[in-house]
Ligand binder design. Structure first.
Ligand SMILES: *Cc1c(COP(=O)(O)O)cnc(C)c1O
Length: 434
């Protein structure tokens, strides 16, 4: 293949001259799997087309937001109408109120909410609020969970950082992370020990309820229950980061699933992003009135944003949420997702390849391991070279999964039974050559 015929390669060379690594977010660069990133020209429904005009079945969905697939007509119409009315006002709008109402209706642990522009911003702001509301400094996070790239959270973060083999980012002074305790996910004893040692200083525990930044690892019910109990006992806040799982695994988020198994379960603060923007830059955090009223302009915790609650983004998010709130939406999405993971499992078994998978709603994960891992070190026991062969085999055949073994996958409402069947048929071939 020469550069002149591969538009992806040509664009990548141009990009690398101007943008570090040629990308504006590290995992897009394919560093973990090798090869040339596909420059996407357009997308429709379950498909994306690259700069060479090649079509891919898209199981990344912009890393989660595109739950309806690309270019859903109702969402397109809402965005076009909003754009005609104006891009940004820097003043409040009715649509922000409507979106707040729509989100809170489905996630009742939030009485109040603030809209921001990215999951990073939402997570960072939720932590500042937790510290402000409790008057404490320490936070607890878990190895392999990702909550955005705020300084104090770049402590053995998963995802992009692990790709490059760094435990922490350069440029983050030790003083900034000295209050961040990193514990192993699903380790009840370690969490109890941390609270026994530091309980009175802990502002919050922040966690992904289903960790999509280590592919797909569920917080066990006893672990979640104990985290809730310990936070309550010690006056710390439980912050559930549902940037990925919110409106993705269920209409009420992952917290609605834990509430079915842990009576009275609710987080203190919830962090949202991805699906609530429908593909536009929009995220949020929220919780009980008494905590949220600590935020400026009512309280002493400062937080602000020029483009927060952007009118085009809120139109996109609102139209998306209204579509996914239709009866039967999640049942159909979950069934399609399960058909995919069941099909892949069958294909791997037929080829004698170690494989296990899990899914919830429109989010899935799979591992080239005999059983589902419970924490990040277990995820990393995967044979990376083997995963990379699988990735490139699928990509070459027109199926686009995340280019790293510790990233979740996403099925949208636009994925058809035929798309799943085509994917499984290709996987059967690729597994046979692993
Ligand atoms: C994607 C993600 C974030 C960061 O959101 P950005 O919009 O990329 O800043 C935070 N937490 C979780 C769980 C995520 O999946």
């Amino acid at each position: 293949m020469t550069h002149s015929t591969d538009s992806n390669q040509t664009l990548f060379e141009r990009a690398k001259a101007l943008i570090p690594g040629g990308v504006n977010s590290p995992v897009r660069a394919f560093r973990a799997v090798g090869g040339t990133p596909r420059f996407i020209q357009r997308a429709q429904g379950a498909y994306m087309w690259d700069a060479n005009g090649r079509r891919y079945i898209d199981y990344i969905g912009s890393w989660g937001p595109m739950i309806l697939g690309h270019g859903h007509p109702a969402v397109l119409e809402a965005v076009q109408k909003a754009a005609l009315e104006g891009f940004s006002f820097g003043a409040p709008t009715e649509r922000e109120v409507e979106l707040a109402e729509e989100i809170i209706r489905h996630v009742p642990s939030m009485e109040m909410i603030r809209l921001v522009s990215s999951g990073t911003e939402a997570g960072m702001s939720a932590i500042r609020l937790a510290r402000g509301a409790t008057g404490r400094a320490k936070i607890i996070k878990f190895n392999g969970c990702y909550h955005g790239h705020a300084d104090s959270l770049l402590v053995k973060a998963g995802s992009g950082l692990a790709t490059f083999g760094h435990a922490t980012s350069a440029g983050v002074p030790p003083e900034v992370v000295q209050h961040t305790l990193v514990l192993e996910y699903n380790d009840v004893a370690q969490l109890e020990e941390a609270f026994a040692l530091h309980g009175k200083d802990v502002a919050c525990v922040i966690m992904e309820p289903i960790a999509g930044n280590m592919n797909f690892v569920r917080a066990g019910v006893p672990f979640m229950r104990r985290a809730r109990e310990l936070c309550t006992q010690h006056g710390a806040l439980l912050v559930i980061d549902e940037v990925m799982t919110g409106f993705r695994v269920a209409l009420g988020g992952a917290q609605s699933l834990y509430a079915q198994q842990i009576p009275g379960f609710r987080p203190d603060l919830t962090v949202l992003g991805k699906v609530i923007g429908g593909g536009m830059p929009l995220a949020a955090f929220g919780g009980p009135r008494a905590i949220m009223e600590q935020l400026a302009p009512l309280g002493p915790v400062y937080q602000a944003g020029t483009l927060s609650g952007n009118p085009v983004a809120t139109a996109c998010g609102l139209a998306t949420l209204r579509e996914i709130a239709r009866p039967g939406f999640y049942e159909a999405l979950a069934a399609r997702t399960r058909a995919l993971t069941d099909g892949l499992t069958g294909a791997a078994q037929a080829a004698g390849v170690d494989f296990c998978a899990d899914s919830e709603g429109g989010m899935f994960g799979f591992f080239l391991l005999p059983r589902l891992p419970q924490n990040y070190p277990e995820v990393l026991t995967t044979d990376g070279a083997r995963f990379n062969r699988l990735f490139h085999g699928l990509l070459d055949g027109g199926v686009y999964i995340a280019p790293a073994l510790y990233e979740a996958g996403f099925v949208s409402a636009a994925h058809s039974a035929q798309d799943v069947a085509d994917t499984v048929a290709l996987a059967r071939e690729v597994f046979g050559k692993l």
